[in-house]
Design a protein around this ligand. Structure first.
Ligand code: CA
Length: 230
């Protein structure tokens, strides 16, 4: 499942260059050209990371960063500031506002991608191409393999994506709608009931040594992946 990155940048050529580079590197991108558009796009499903220009029409990047950090839903979204300024004081102001890193313009595509990957790795250690494992249940995103204690499991593509999403977003309840947006995609129209069907298949597939209990039904809310099986 591709990571979603929000690019907030008012200069069209730079914004287009960034989104091009992101998509070439396996990220999905959403674009905003000013303060207002940025806030219109910062909603569920939240972006995995925000690239934020410093100087923007309608309100500065710093102002946006500060607002994000004040809101409990957006506080943990990593922010990389894009800036033409290399002044130390500006950097300090940015870090005070809670941003995670800086990229100074002009930057190379390679540098930008390296910074993004470093920040994602720092904020969510079980991300990107890394192998994920919970109590013997393992998922390898690169090889597209799932196993229980080394024994390979045969999963359908949807069940694989669902399990990948759960294993990288543990201990939180997701509604059927949120799962549809994150696993099937925002523009795919399927019924909520479809989620239940695939959850059932996934549970069945990972049955063994109690792993099926990792996917918990939260009555009236949705589903949660948790290794705390009590
Ligand atoms: Ca600008």
């Amino acid at each position: 499942m591709n990571r979603q990155i929000l690019v907030v940048e008012d200069e069209t050529p730079i914004r287009e260059m960034i989104t091009f580079v992101l998509e070439q590197n396996g990220f999905n991108s959403v674009e905003a050209k000013d303060y207002e558009q940025a806030f219109a796009l910062i909603k569920e499903p939240y972006p995995d990371l925000i690239l934020l220009d410093w100087m923007l029409p309608g309100g500065s990047g710093i102002k946006i960063a500060k607002q994000l950090k004040r809101n409990e839903h957006t506080r943990n979204i990593p922010v990389i500031m894009l800036t033409a300024r290399s002044d130390e004081n500006d950097k300090v102001a940015g870090f005070d506002a809670g941003i995670d890193d800086y990229v100074t313009k002009p930057f190379s595509p390679k540098e930008l991608i390296a910074r993004i990957k470093a920040v994602i790795r720092r904020v969510s250690p079980t991300s990107l191409e890394e192998m994920i494992e919970f109590q013997g249940l393992s998922l390898d995103p690169v090889a597209h393999r799932v196993g229980i204690h080394g024994k390979p499991l045969d999963l359908g593509p949807t069940e694989f994506r669902l399990l990948h999403f759960f294993m990288t977003h543990t201990e939180r309840v997701y509604s059927r709608e949120q799962l549809l947006d994150n696993v099937w995609g925002v523009n795919v129209y399927v019924e909520d009931r479809t989620v239940d069907v695939h959850i059932r298949r996934l549970r069945k597939a990972i049955t063994g040594a109690g792993h099926e209990n990792f996917i918990q039904t939260v009555r009236g809310s949705g589903y949660r992946f948790s290794c705390n099986v009590n």
